[in-house]
Design a protein around this ligand. Structure first.
Ligand SMILES: [Zn+2]
Length: 308
């Protein structure tokens, strides 16, 4: 109210000094956020560095108690997995051979600070970009695998993600190999603009050629799978699996609610909701994913590594 009054009471003709006074009054009327900030910092200090607070049950848990599957021992919440850890639990031991390891993003739009941001994240994560691709065996069956990593710019799809996945499908078409993709993405990478959006069509075209060659493609949707990734290769799998309680959608919930002026159901954009509505074929617990994938590969006459 005080702020509004200050603006309302400005007369038609005023001196510079009065304007300055008004400006100071308006500035003083804006509440300062310092008190709130201090409170937040205080809370953070309570958690030791080797532990974290589970966002679901809010209990403090030792990081190593999550185990290699990254599951909360108290409530069973699935924590997000990075690409390296994911490959460890899915691919047979020592079978993964990475492809296109050193492919790096250019800055096609000269977007401010983009190159520096990429460099910083490369040092922090040990990744060159937001996807790892390669060849491996799952339960002894040879296949190509691509795993997106939300730790690298929220798994956004820029030119590198698009190119690496396209090459993976092209390799699969040429060598008659199935492809398994773990999706996890905030969508297109805005710093690459149209170049980023183009990847949707490019990967989709490579998926189509792989399919025309009679090869199997399985997607596993993990938390979160959104935006341009959902709108392209995530939904193109011959078989679409998802982890429980995964966020899967195109636009964000708030954007949709504001557009259609309706409240959406609580479970909207979860893997369970999508299973019910036919977008997802099955929800698979994390500990059963490797076995499930091996069974799918077996049922589709995929090759065992030893038979070659
Ligand atoms: Zn928990």
């Amino acid at each position: 109210m005080k702020l509004l009054d200050n603006i309302k009471n400005i007369p038609d003709k005023i001196s510079v000094d009065t304007l300055k006074e008004r400006a100071v009054a308006i500035k003083n009327a804006i509440p300062k956020p310092t008190a709130r900030k201090e409170k937040k910092e205080e809370k953070k200090e309570e958690i030791p560095s080797d532990s974290l607070k589970c966002p679901s049950c809010e209990k403090i848990i030792e990081k190593k108690a999550l185990g290699k599957l990254k599951i909360c021992p108290e409530c069973g919440k699935l924590f997000r997995m990075n690409a390296k850890d994911r490959i460890k639990i899915i691919a047979d031991k020592d079978s993964f051979k990475e492809m296109d390891i050193n492919m790096e993003a250019d800055n096609p739009l000269n977007f401010p600070d983009y190159s520096a941001k990429i460099k910083g994240l490369q040092e922090k994560t040990g990744l060159k970009d937001a996807v790892k691709t390669g060849i491996c065996t799952i339960g002894g069956y040879k296949c190509l695998i691509g795993v997106m990593d939300s730790g690298f710019m929220m798994g956004s799809m820029g030119s590198v993600v698009g190119e690496k996945l396209t090459r993976l499908f092209e390799y699969g078409t040429e060598h008659k190999l199935p492809v398994v993709i773990f999706t996890c993405s905030g969508g297109a990478r805005m710093q690459e603009g149209i170049v980023s959006l183009m990847q949707m069509a490019k990967v989709s075209a490579a998926v189509a050629k792989h399919s025309e060659a009679g090869q199997l493609y399985v997607t596993v949707l993990t938390d979160p799978t959104t935006g341009g990734v959902t709108a392209s290769f995530a939904m193109l799998g011959d078989i679409i699996l998802a982890e429980p309680k995964t966020l899967i959608g195109f636009a964000g919930r708030r954007v949709i609610e504001q557009t259609i002026k309706q409240k959406l159901p609580d479970e909207f954009q979860t893997s369970e909701f999508l299973l019910e509505h036919g977008f997802v074929d099955a929800i698979v617990e994390r500990e059963k994913l490797q076995d499930t994938l091996a069974t799918i590969l077996k049922l589709h006459n995929c090759k065992k590594e030893v038979e070659e």
